[in-house]
Each structure stands twice: as structure tokens, then as C-alpha cells.
Design a protein. Structure first.
Length: 190
């Protein structure tokens, strides 16, 4: 918790600049809140900087046929027209994820762990996939440092399950270290 507070303090000028950029670019809230599923299937409010136009959820139905995710469980598009100008930048460098530090402060998330899924994604989980819900979700995870959105859903699940089996403070530290170059390169982020 102390580390998270220190990180928030250090990043506060960046958080303020991003918030202003989002606010002046398009109408709508600066923070996007969404229901996610955490440890043991518990739902919580997940925070991100808003990177899409406010009607993005409605427009998703129009774009569903263009889903680039090969398995259909998650929805991804490289050139998603719902993403704002600041959204493209903050997503590329994962700046949109920084408000999740508040989820870490409340204990709903940790710095490292499987990403928290949407309830609709969990509804499609197999019994084996549900093992991802046995731990606290994280801001970063093993598959985010191994290719991010370029990794198919089934491989994400396998990497998460492998992480859960061998979870340790050292492994978390190594994932945090690998997150820095993964984020700075912007590879696999969209």
C-alpha cells in the first residue's frame, strides 16, 4: 500500500495532464468505470482513463463482426474507431491503466496478477479458465509482458494458470521489471 501511494504521488503530475487532455478532447467523464470480476468471482468497479468516446459501448454492437480476437471471447480491433486521439496514445503506453492503482489501494487488485475479466467473459469461461479467479487480479501480468493483445485468449489463460501455479514475490518483481520495456515499446497494445 505504501509503494502504491508513493507511485501515485510521483505520477500525480502525469495523471493530471492526462485527465486534462481527455477532458478537453471529447465530452464525457475522465475516468471510465466498469464492472470486472476479481478474486473468487467477486465483482468490483474497475477504473481506467477514458480512452474511447462515450458511446463506445453502444457502437461495439455495430463493430462486433470486425473483432480481431481469433477466439471470440474478448473483443479487440487494431484501428478501433471508438478510440479518441488521447486514447490512442494512452493505450499504446498503458497510461490508461494508471487509475487502477486506486483499485490496488482498496485491495481489489494487486500490481501483478491475471487481468480482471468482464462478467460477460467469465460467463464463457470453462471450468479450467475459472482458475484465473483464484487470485487477486493485477494491473500487469505475465502475458502483458509476453505480447499483450497479440496473444490469443486461450494462451493468455494458459500463461495466467502457469503464473498462479508458480506465483512468488520474485516472479512478481520480474514481471514488474519486464513491464517497463513492454509498455515503453508499445508492442501489442491497441
Amino acid at each position: 500500500m505504501i509503494i502504491t501511494l508513493c507511485v501515485l504521488l510521483v505520477l500525480s503530475p502525469l495523471l493530471l495532464l492526462v485527465a486534462l487532455w481527455i477532458k478537453f478532447d471529447s465530452p464525457g467523464p475522465v475516468i471510465y468505470r466498469q464492472a470486472r470480476v476479481g478474486k473468487n468471482g467477486r465483482h468490483f468497479q474497475f477504473y481506467k482513463f477514458r480512452s474511447m468516446y462515450v458511446d463506445a459501448d453502444r457502437r461495439k454492437a455495430e463493430l462486433i463482426r470486425q473483432n480481431e480476437s481469433r477466439d471470440g471471447v474478448i473483443f479487440k480491433m487494431r484501428q478501433d474507431p471508438r478510440i479518441t486521439r488521447p486514447g490512442r496514445f494512452i493505450r499504446k503506453f498503458s497510461i490508461d491503466e494508471l487509475p487502477q492503482l486506486f483499485n490496488v489501494l482498496t485491495g481489489e487488485m494487486s500490481l501483478v496478477g491475471p487481468r480482471p475479466p468482464l462478467p460477460a467473459e467469465v460467463a464463457q469461461y470453462t471450468l479450467e479458465d475459472r482458475k484465473r479467479l483464484h487470485v487477486i487480479p493485477g494491473i500487469t501480468c505475465i502475458w502483458q509482458v509476453s505480447g499483450r493483445s497479440d496473444i490469443p485468449f486461450k494462451q493468455q489463460v494458459e500463461l495466467d494458470k502457469e503464473y498462479i501455479k508458480s506465483q512468488s514475490a520474485w516472479k512478481d518483481f520480474m514481471i514488474l521489471l519486464k513491464t517497463i520495456p513492454a509498455v515503453l515499446s508499445g508492442r501489442g497494445a491497441y
